[in-house]
Design a protein around this ligand. Structure first.
Ligand code: FES
Length: 222
């Protein structure tokens, strides 16, 4: 399971983020999101606003972003929610970072299907590149977190890095992805082997005639 995030010193965080303001674009976006819900139900927008705030903090810090407490409080004020209700949401979902992360947040799934398919090799590749679980590399580039199932077990083992999934990983392919990111190159997103999304490796294994045309199988099934 993931290590607990290292929550930063509150006084410093308040000094840096106490006057949080949305950018004009994000302020307009918050109004759009809030307008999706009936009058008096604006609290329903909390997840979207937390995500938007994390992205804005990410832009301002050139990282994947995180949620300083004063930023969560600003959202609570905007949505007229008790602060605690917002903390409850932010601490429940691992998609919200409660402490600063690097430019790339490498979230390695270590749950059973990924573990059986080689997540230890993925962790070994990370370790070999200097990534340590629960920490950010000294150059500020990578934060490594172990997470529970990210819902891509068919393509195990996998990692999520910022908004992208990288799947069907091996020690070598994970190493290459980290090398690409460190060098400013965009690695291939999705499966790292010859398969389309979660389709069978090597191409279709059934209903093969449907690949090139709308083949009618009904005669064969009668
Ligand atoms: S177990 Fe890793 S994605 Fe589900």
């Amino acid at each position: 399971m993931a290590d607990a995030p290292q929550i930063p010193n509150e006084a410093e965080v308040r000094a840096r983020w106490g006057g949080f303001q949305w950018t004009p674009e994000n302020a307009a976006q918050t109004q759009k999101v809030i307008a999706r819900y009936p009058e008096g139900r604006q609290a329903s927008a909390v997840m979207a606003l937390l995500d938007l705030a994390q992205r804005q903090v990410g832009e301002e810090t050139r990282t994947q972003g995180w949620l300083p407490v004063p930023v969560m409080e600003a959202i609570a004020d905007q949505l007229e929610m008790p602060y605690m209700r917002v903390y409850e949401v932010a601490t429940f979902y691992t998609m919200y970072n409660l402490a600063p992360v690097g430019r790339y947040h490498v979230q390695v799934c270590g749950t059973t299907p990924c573990m059986l398919r080689g997540s230890d090799d993925v962790f070994a590749a990370c370790k070999n590149k200097g990534l340590v679980k629960g920490h950010t590399t000294p150059d500020g580039l990578f934060t490594l977190t172990e997470v529970e199932c990210l819902g891509a077990c068919t393509n195990a083992p996998m990692v999520q890095i910022n908004d992208d999934n990288f799947e069907d990983l091996t020690y070598d392919s994970m190493s290459a992805i980290l090398d690409d990111l460190a060098a400013g190159r965009q690695p291939k997103i999705g499966p790292q082997i010859e398969r389309q999304t979660s389709c069978p490796e090597g191409g279709p294994t059934s209903l093969k005639e449907m690949v090139s045309e709308n083949h009618d199988y009904r005669g064969e099934w009668a």
